[in-house]
Design a protein around this ligand. Sequence first.
Ligand SMILES: [Zn+2]
Length: 417
Amino acid sequence: MLLKSILNRVQLHRGFVYGAVRWSESRGRRVLEIEIRARKGSRPTCSGCGRRASGYDVLSKRRFEFVPLWGIAVFFLYAMRRVACPRCGVKVERVPWAEGKNHLTTTYAWFLARWAKRLSWKEVGAVFQTSWDNVFRSVKMAVAWGLSHRNLENVTAIGIDEIAWKRGHKYLTLVYQIDAGCRRLLWVGQERTQKTLRQFFKDFGQERTARLTFICSDMWKPYLRIVAEVAGQALHVLDRFHIMTHVSKAIDQVRAKEAKELKAHGQQPVLTGSRWCLLKRPENLSETQTVKLKELLKLNLKTVRAYLLKEDLGRFWHYKTPGWAGRFLDDWCKRTMRSRLTPMKKVARMLRSHRGLLLNWFRAKGRVALGAVEGLNNKAKVTSRKAYGYRSFDVLKVALYHTLGDLPEPKVTHRFC
Ligand SMILES: [Zn+2]
């Protein structure tokens, strides 16, 4: 079977025919070149307005990289025509296999972008002997296409989240859809200010915002303020995952301070290496960590008291009704305020002042995927960490949409990967 007949089956372009296939060389390696010719009598399409017009002249041949075959790079070779368009003047024609000045065929760009979901961009470049830039540009194209073709009409529940980047010096605001059955990244913005979130709602649109019934977020003031102002009709739920993060941070502060004090008094360094025993969920501890935790719990330490308060707060989320949950919360806060652990008292005060929003959790339970934010947050963190190359916001944004956006792809006759 000739290569041409395979191509005609997987990638047929109306108005064009495949010609000779031959060996050639590119940057010191053997490559395949496939000629493309315009079908006789066909008229070129103007790249300005997309309408057909008569030909003006023919430019010299250009190469377009296609999906490699058996590890051999493949190029289309085509002499672009220029059209004499009555509306746009003399313009280069539009061809169906590549966009604008891109030297990668659209099929190859989608091929790279799809691999970039499974491997790091660097790995994709290495495997297919192409540059990081080509992979990035392909992903960017896929994201742009996906964003302009996605459907946002079914969004009724969103989660607002932030992640740190640039070694924790900067924050990004991420908005997810958390409807049961549809969880994805909807939006990425710089910083975590009122202005950031206001921009999301502006981009999202008034009508869609009015359709929101659940919004899940952290206790971060700028978020709370904007949600109340812009989407007051939605049930605002404070996210369990973010609240437990605050508690973990408080334990960490208690532990660090106590470890220092113990050291200053020349006592046994019992707290050394205890950090993860205290922060991880008990069921996720290793065997050594479990033993270490058991030993720790026997000691009369501030850190231990803080830990027990955290474990106790975990019960809060298991209540069925807001009434009982509220009673538990009040009791927990009262006990914590008497604990003489400053960081923990700070948490208790924070929870008290957000009592109403916290209890909304029980009103939303079962109606929305409340745990979704944590999972998406972990994925977002991995994506931003994996990326040494994502120093700029724009690159990180593209990477996040690509991995978390669940973006649509165009329908094609043949999938190359
Ligand atoms: Zn035109």
